[in-house]
Structure formats: structure tokens, C-alpha cells
Design a protein. Structure first.
Length: 115
């Protein structure tokens, strides 16, 4: 099985930036499409962004398009999410997983955007 460890979350003011990281272990990371997902309080987990195994293509939810950037480093088994121009509605626990998700979810990393 894959183990996923997210980090980089925190408290940030609206308009600020954060960079999330996710380290994956236990499988051939470099051959797997990866994604970021988030779950806000009282809401279902939702898709945020995805990247192909070769970084040749990316996808974004409309709500984050133009503000978030997903990237990966296969040599480090790591996928990143650069989040700029953060909004209050970006507050959530952020998770990474394969895309589509097929591994146990990690603990996530909390992102809190304040006004």
C-alpha cells in the first residue's frame, strides 16, 4: 500500500500563499497520476488539482484555476501544491492521493485562511 504524508499547511491571511508537500512511499510513484483534494468543515471531500505521472498535463478545479499550481518531483516521490491569492473559502484539510484516489488517505494538512 501507499503511505501519503502531507505537510505545509498553516494559518495565513487572505491574499497570502502557502506551499503544500506530499511524500508518497510504497509504490512506483513516478508512474502514477497524482492529485490534491480538500475537505472543508461540514462538506464532502473535493478535487482540487491533478498532474500526470510525467507532468505533461495538469487539471484544476474551477475554484482554484489561476491561483494554485500543482507540480511533482519524481526523484523525491513528492507532489506539491503552490497556493497563491488564498481566499477564506480555501480553508480546509488538504490531502493528496493518486488520481483517481485508490490509496488510504493520509492525515492531511490543515489550511486556514483568515480575513
Amino acid at each position: 500500500q501507499v503511505q501519503l504524508v502531507e505537510s505545509g499547511g498553516g494559518l495565513v491571511q487572505a491574499g497570502g500563499s502557502l506551499r503544500l508537500s506530499c511524500v508518497a512511499s510504497g509504490r512506483t510513484f513516478s508512474t502514477v497520476h497524482m492529485g490534491w483534494f480538500r475537505q472543508a468543515p461540514g462538506k464532502e471531500r473535493e478535487f482540487v488539482a491533478a498532474i500526470t505521472w510525467s507532468s505533461s498535463d495538469t487539471q484544476y478545479a474551477d475554484s482554484v484555476k489561476g491561483r494554485f499550481t500543482i507540480a511533482r518531483d519524481n526523484a523525491k516521490n513528492t507532489v506539491y501544491l503552490q497556493m497563491n491569492s488564498l481566499r477564506l473559502e480555501d480553508t480546509a484539510v488538504y490531502y493528496c492521493n493518486s488520481h483517481p484516489p485508490d490509496s488510504p488517505w493520509g492525515q492531511g494538512t490543515q489550511v486556514t485562511v483568515s480575513s
